[in-house]
Write a protein that binds this ligand. Structure first.
Ligand code: NHR
Ligand code: GAR
Length: 215
């Protein structure tokens, strides 16, 4: 069974979705550790309650990104993961760090990339007036939020939406597609090859793009 390490910074609901999928027998992985860069991340208690080893690597204790990333990588590598999963992890990672985990580092980003990279994606979508928004699972590459796309889910933007209502609609889809993508990786059906996604999986109703029907 593959070993994964999950990196969080806050609430950890995507981490929780992965734990739930594992507990339901739908995600054949060993969650070796959950690491947070923030000592006050709510997700740490959730992981502990699930009996998972937790670790805090406070970025504020390091003088620069390079030294933080080096220490973080050392901490991660103690658990010998096959896959590292960013789940609401809020620190930009150095090129050196990303290269070290090439092909085994995933992120979920709360927009339909390549639209709205960076932060405040739901406000960006509202400001732009798009009718479809969503989330993207991608392999992490040095260029922020520009790695090869594995899976996306779309949701409608509705009249009267604000950042909170839109974020909640997107988050529900994040909780579906992230366990699916990690499962593909765990089953050896997903890999990065020459900078492109190689996916040996049927895109049926269980994990494909969700196209809302607007009436
Ligand atoms: N690192 C690399 N090299 N490439 C990616 O694609 C990455 C990454 C690190 C994190 C997640 C990403 C997201 O899904 C991610 C993808 C943090 C920021 C950010 O600006 C931007 C994007 C993402 C994560 N962080 C600020 C920073 O200075 C700090 C913000 C904070 O602490 O609240 O690092 O959106
Ligand atoms: C999620 O919406 C995730 O996509 C996003 O933050 C939220 C974390 O929620 N990630 C980023 O914005 C990364 N910069 P969670 O902690 O409950 O999983």
């Amino acid at each position: 069974m593959k070993n994964i390490v999950i990196l969080i910074s806050g609430r950890g609901s995507n981490m929780e979705a992965l734990i739930r999928a594992r507990d339901a027998g739908e995600l054949p992985v060993n969650i070796a550790a959950v690491i947070s860069n923030r000592p006050d991340a709510e997700g740490l208690a959730t992981a502990q309650a699930a009996g998972i080893a937790t670790w805090v690597m406070n970025h504020k204790a390091f003088p620069d990104r390079e030294s933080f990333d080096a220490a973080l990588a050392e901490c991660i590598d103690d658990f010998a993961p096959d896959l590292v999963v960013l789940a609401g992890f809020m620190r930009i990672l150095t090129e050196e760090f990303v290269r070290h985990y090439e092909g085994r580092l995933l992120n979920i980003h709360p927009s339909l990339l390549p639209s709205f990279p960076g932060l405040h994606t739901h406000q960006q979508a509202l400001d732009e007036g798009v009718r479809l928004h969503g989330c993207t699972v991608h392999f992490v590459t040095p260029a922020l939020d520009h790695g090869p796309v594995i899976l996306q889910a779309a949701v409608p933007v509705l009249d009267g939406d604000d950042e909170a209502t839109l974020a909640a609609r997107v988050l529900a889809q994040e909780h579906r597609i992230y366990p699916q993508a990690v499962r593909w990786f765990a089953e050896g059906r997903l890999r990065l090859e020459g900078g492109k996604i190689r996916l040996d999986a049927p895109l049926d109703g269980t994990g494909a793009l969700i196209s809302p029907v607007l009436r």
